[in-house]
Write a protein that binds this ligand. Structure first.
Ligand code: C2E
Ligand code: CA
Ligand code: CA
Length: 503
């Protein structure tokens, strides 16, 4: 400082100064030299600027850029920097590391039904709990709404990773008290390993993410390691997506129809439209495989419109053939609700075929409904106000709450096939099925049992007051021509036969 003052007539810099009470304070000090006419130094002027506030706000800006303001955890940017650092270290020392991608199950339901302030508190509590089972060196970051990632350095054995994942699931399983609500939550965890699965950030995260999705598919509240099989799944999905882009253009999609019949009489009241795809390159691909891809890629909008139109065309032709169907059931994904004017589009297609909206039942899976935003519910409301019937598909698998169910604009509940499978011997399924039938009729909804494969199941459902059935036992999904033939044979049954159809 002194040499610079003498050479340059001044100095400035950041220093720690001591206040009278002995505490240290960071200041910016500028010293200038004052000389007389002969150039002799006669004075020094020192200006002290207290930097504390500036430093505080700078620190806050830095903090916010790298942290999530709600949980105070490192954010995605910071996570990527940390992971890069960890990867370099692991590479240099030939160590292994793991990343655990944690996604809360059903967080949206809590957020939507109890409000964001409850959701926020829940996230904070989740962050605290996960931290509580980590060692100091493991970094936990919040990388998305309800997504967290743990970097586990220096992994020796995979068991270390599984045991950490189990601890996380366990600590989250104790109910939380938040704003007067007792909430239970759980998470699904996907794990990828360096260098076993991949060695770059993007791939490691992608793999952990797909392993997490598989954990959800396997029933949630569990962890799952990435496997090579999942990687070929990803490739297969990509291939499906590529091929699916041409499917409509090349006329590779078509519909099958499965009758829904009144269990007591055997009279067909409706048909469910089920989309089929015969790909030139991939062969026959099931909707369970390609619908999720269509949803993720946005192709579902185009496909959905095709299905809707073809279904209306089918009903029109069926009416003309005198089958007397009351309605056609069409599966609609809530992704289609992103399409602008979806209600107007559906309504105008219905009109185009000279049908009425009440002849069209829209099937939405319970899972979708429970994941739904208020926007989706409002579209359901609008569809119903326009006269469409609404049916909840796969009921019993998606954790509907009773109070939610009452608020929803619906006409029909479809009991999921998984409950029908073990009828009439599975005591649990008997209890659940009966409860759903009772619930549904008390709310004045229609009840459809799907996936009926044998006489015993059908008899049980009929005896226990289920109204409508659908399944291979009555008829497999059929193309239009075979559906028409089937209808002829059903219609030609004598009336007495129909009356005693069930039991
Ligand atoms: P879903 O809506 O629950 O459809 C019922 C599925 O169960 C159909 O499979 C049907 O063929 C099958 N099924 C019916 N009766 C029986 C039975 O007795 N036993 C057995 N084992 N299965 C039976 P599919 O056609 O493969 O469709 C699978 C899923 O794909 C559908 O489940 C639905 O979620 C989705 N999907 C099908 N078509 C469309 C569509 O046009 N749009 C949308 N968004 N999703 C569709
Ligand atoms: Ca369905
Ligand atoms: Ca279903």
């Amino acid at each position: 400082m002194w040499s610079e003052i003498i050479e340059n007539d001044g100095w400035s810099g950041k220093i720690e100064d001591k206040k009278k009470d002995g505490t240290l304070v960071t200041i910016w000090l500028s010293i200038s030299v004052v000389r007389d006419d002969n150039g002799e130094i006669i004075n020094y002027i020192a200006i002290h600027t207290n930097l504390e506030n500036i430093i505080k706000s700078q620190e806050r800006i830095d903090f916010l850029a790298y942290h999530d303001s709600l949980t105070k955890l490192p954010n995605r940017i910071s996570f990527e920097e940390n992971l890069e650092h960890s990867l370099k270290f692991a590479h240099k020392h030939s160590e292994k590391l793991a990343i655990l991608f944690i996604d809360l199950d059903r967080f949206k339901v809590i957020n939507d039904s109890l409000g964001h302030h409850v959701g926020d508190e829940l996230l904070k509590e989740v962050a605290l709990r996960i931290k509580s089972v980590l060692h100091e060196v493991n970094t936990l970051s919040r990388v998305g709404g309800d997504e967290f990632i743990v970097i586990l350095d220096n992994v020796d054995k995979n068991e270390q990773v599984s045991s950490l994942a189990s601890s996380i699931l366990e600590t989250l399983s104790t109910p939380m008290e938040i704003h007067g609500h007792t909430l239970t939550t759980s998470a699904s965890i996907g794990i990828s390993l360096y260098p076993h699965d991949a060695s770059d950030i993007v791939t490691l995260v992608k793999y952990a993410d797909s392993a997490m999705y598989r954990a959800k598919e396997l029933g949630k509240n569990r962890y799952n390691f990435f496997t090579q099989e999942l990687s070929s799944d990803i490739d297969y999905r990509l291939e499906i997506e590529q091929e699916l882009r041409n499917a409509l253009k090349n006329d590779e999609l078509y519909l099958n129809f499965q009758p829904q019949y009144t269990l007591k009489t055997g009279i067909v009241v409706s048909a469910e439209a089920l989309v089929r795809w015969k790909s030139e390159k991939l062969g026959q691909v099931g909707p369970d495989k390609f619908i999720p891809v269509a949803e993720d890629s946005g192709l579902i909008i185009e496909i959905g419109e095709y299905v809707f139109r073809e279904s209306c065309a089918f009903l029109k032709a069926s009416n003309e053939a005198g089958h007397g169907l009351e309605r056609i059931a069409i599966n609609v994904s809530t992704q289609q609700f992103h399409q602008e004017n979806i209600v107007a589009i559906f309504t105008s297609i219905v009109k185009e075929y000279g049908l009425d909206t009440k002849n069209v039942e829209i099937e939405i899976t319970e899972r979708y409904i429970m994941e739904s935003t208020e926007g989706n519910i409002s579209i359901l409301d609008q569809l119903r106000e326009s006269g469409f019937k609404i049916s909840i598909d796969d009921f019993g698998t998606g954790y509907s709450s009773m109070s939610y169910l009452k608020k929803l604009p619906i006409d029909t509940i479809k009991i999921d096939k998984s409950f029908i499978d073990d009828l009439p011997d599975g005591a649990n399924d008997v209890a659940i099925t009966n409860a759903i039938i009772a619930l549904s009729s008390s709310l004045n909804y229609h009840t459809v049992a799907e996936g009926i494969e044998n006489q015993e199941q059908q008899d049980f459902l009929c005896e226990n007051g289920c109204e409508i059935g659908q399944g291979y036992f009555f008829s497999r999904p059929l193309d239009r021509e075979n559906f028409f033939i089937f209808m002829k044979s059903v219609q030609s049954r004598t009336k007495s036969e129909t009356e005693t159809y069930c039991i």
